[in-house]
Design a protein around this ligand. Structure first.
Ligand code: ADP
Length: 397
């Protein structure tokens, strides 16, 4: 079985064709600048990279070009579109309209339209991606795979905000979380690596990238996560503030003459470690700046690690113990000093890092970086969100 995974953004579209028997990526790539002049496709297959520069006015043009490449004599990997058994689409937000992976049909697309405001930058793009695929591959089975599904198991007391309960019922304002496919994948991989049954494990999964979220996973089920109604909540991120007293926003909007919309754009794009450091949103730049003596880069890194440490402590309590901590995504997989700082001083809780193993370079495989005497296993696990989307799609068929 071959599954095509599509991750559509407003002006981009990433794809992977995955062979489900071996779970190997047969081809992958992405289109850039859709709807903007200067469209480009980068396609990787057979160990080669193929680039096509062509204007891509719509997502339908982009997906047509992707399919053209997949069946191309030279760059192609399949002889016809019939070899694609199904398409899995990544969708950022589900609200309460969907709780699990869902087959695309008219009703599902109506619901998708109703919830598009929940992630205004992402969900409308996913709709464009699905419609483009339906136009180019009529009759092909397709699934909607949501970043939020893995978090739907949170108990009511963890997922609700303390607002008027009727407003929750009416407007569905609550914690939804994000990066669910990643948290689910690394929790499963951790269990496999440890040779344990996932159902008996208490794990804190730390997806630390440009956007970061931390989840508490008990018996394979998410019981809490740091992101909220939107991905703005939780730990400070590249450009997002993370948790903040909302009254401070009202105050800042008044002082800076911003509307609420501008205030939210400010919190999403100008804050986080970029805002604090004034250097960069990229942790590689921050570590270099700190090492060169930049005190605000040091402060931004300290704030990030301290916030992650607090979530880790909170989730240890929520889980009632801890078997493993997993680090994943760009920072989690690569930035060893951040992992070290998050875990510093937690020996009393049975968490001890092997400094040497922690400092070793990421080679793309799973690493156990815990000290021999550490009661809690500390693992670095490369994430694979596309594989989860493909697995969920295949399971639905
Ligand atoms: P996104 O949320 O955009 O998928 P990533 O998971 O790619 O983000 O994470 C990006 C972050 O990871 C950046 O802050 C970057 O500095 C950090 N990082 C550190 N080392 C590396 C590395 N070797 N490769 C990629 N990202 C890295």
């Amino acid at each position: 079985m071959k599954i095509l995974v599509i991750n559509a953004g407003s002006s981009s579209l990433k794809y992977q064709l995955i062979n489900m028997e071996t779970e190997e990526v047969i081809a992958k790539g992405g289109c850039e600048r859709i709807g903007i002049e200067g469209g480009k496709l980068t396609h990787k297959a057979h160990g080669e990279t193929y680039v096509v520069e062509r204007d891509l006015p719509t997502h339908t043009d982009a997906i047509s070009l992707v399919l053209e490449k997949l069946v191309d004599k030279e760059a192609g990997v399949i002889s016809s579109m019939d070899e694609i058994d199904a398409v899995g689409h990544r969708v950022v937000a589900s609200g309460e309209a969907f709780t699990e992976t869902t087959l695309v049909d008219e009703r599902a697309m109506e619901l998708m339209d109703e919830i598009k405001d929940l992630a205004p930058l992402h969900n409308p793009a996913a709709i464009l991606g699905v419609n483009a695929c339906r136009a180019v591959m009529p009759g092909k089975k397709m699934a909607l795979v949501f970043d939020t599904s893995f978090h739907q198991t949170m108990p009511d007391y963890a997922k609700l905000y303390a607002i008027d309960y009727d407003d929750y019922l009416k407007y569905k304002v609550r914690r939804y979380g994000a990066h669910g496919t990643s948290h689910k994948y690394v929790a499963g991989e951790a269990a496999k690596y440890l040779g344990r049954d996932l159902s008996e494990l208490k794990i804190v999964t730390c997806h630390l990238g440009n956007g970061s979220s931390i989840s508490a996973v008990k018996g394979g089920v998410c019981i809490d996560t740091s992101m909220g109604f939107t991905p703005l909540a939780g730990v400070p991120m590249g450009t997002r503030s993370g948790d903040i007293d909302v009254a401070a926003i009202d105050y800042l909007c008044e002082k800076k003459g911003m509307t609420m919309e501008q205030g939210l754009a400010y919190l999403n794009k100008k804050c986080g470690v970029l805002g604090v450091s004034g250097v960069s949103s990229d942790f590689r730049d921050l570590v270099a700046a700190k090492d060169a003596g930049n005190d605000r880069a040091r402060l931004a890194l300290d704030m990030f690690s301290y916030s992650c440490k607090k979530y880790l402590g909170a989730y240890m309590a929520a889980l009632g113990g801890l078997d493993a901590i997993v680090f994943t995504a760009g920072i989690g997989e690569n930035t060893s000093v951040v992992r070290r700082d998050i875990l510093a001083g937690l020996e009393a809780f049975g968490i001890a890092l092997d400094e040497e193993k922690n400092a070793a370079k990421n080679d793309g495989s799973i690493h156990d970086i815990s000290a021999k005497h550490s009661r809690v296993k500390i693992l670095v696990i490369p994430t694979n969100e596309e594989l989860v989307i493909a697995r969920e799609t295949a399971a639905l068929l």
